[in-house]
Design a protein around this ligand. Structure first.
Ligand SMILES: [Zn+2]
Length: 216
């Protein structure tokens, strides 16, 4: 019996991973994090999608992240900026976020007898977020297993996929309509195709166009 816990935010990537996990494991659960993000709709969509897929979804609060460092994704008074230079992270980066999420998810997974975590991180299109890189994930897997004295795997099906390939995966899983219409990626909190102008929308919509064009 293969069990997995999916880290679910309500965005395109983690929701695609939810359905990837459903197709690849016998039993799955999902965990979401309320860290004071601007757009609560994200978690509401996550809850809806999980419920409709018959997957238990647990939301835990990790508010100390934003107590320490306010950020464009969590503060109402900081505007989202475009990435300024090559190699620098955008101001939507919440420092250490995935490290904390993985730790919480790992502790929760162990309590449920689950050995596999599934995350929607990737380093192909979305560079400059240091804790989305494969090197970090491999290291976190090892650290988590040591910290809990419990063998943990972390699956990242999108690690080497472009946004267009992520859309393709959703299509192959038969959930492209759910991903297109019932996820929130936009930094301005607009569901589905989003505001069209923020960096997250540009990436998502560009990937969609590429995917549609590749199908001919
Ligand atoms: Zn947007």
């Amino acid at each position: 019996m293969k069990k997995a816990l999916v880290l679910l935010s309500g965005g395109q990537d983690s929701t695609t991973c939810l359905f990837w996990a459903k197709a690849n494991f016998d039993t799955i659960e999902a965990i979401g994090f309320d860290y004071g993000q601007r757009h609560k709709l994200e978690l509401e969509l996550a809850a809806q999608n999980a419920k409709e897929a018959g997957i238990p979804f647990y939301v835990t609060k990790v508010s100390m992240l934003t107590d320490i460092v306010p950020n464009a994704l969590t503060s109402q008074t900081i505007d989202v900026e475009e990435v300024v230079g090559e190699g620098s992270a955008p101001n939507t980066l919440v420092e250490g976020r995935n490290m904390i999420f993985i730790t919480y998810a790992g502790v929760y997974a162990k309590s449920k007898g689950i050995n596999n975590l599934v995350m929607g991180v990737g380093q192909t299109d979305y560079s400059n977020y240091p804790d989305c890189r494969d090197e970090f994930i491999q290291s976190a897997k090892q650290t988590l297993s040591l910290a809990l004295d419990y063998q943990m795997e972390i699956y990242t099906p999108l690690m080497w996929k472009s946004k267009a390939e992520t859309w393709q995966l959703a299509d192959e899983l038969g959930v492209v309509d759910i991903i297109k219409n019932k996820t929130l990626t936009c930094y301005n909190g607009v569901i589905a195709d989003g505001c069209g102008n923020c960096p997250a929308c540009k990436l998502r919509n560009k990937g969609w166009q590429e995917y549609v064009n590749s199908k001919g």
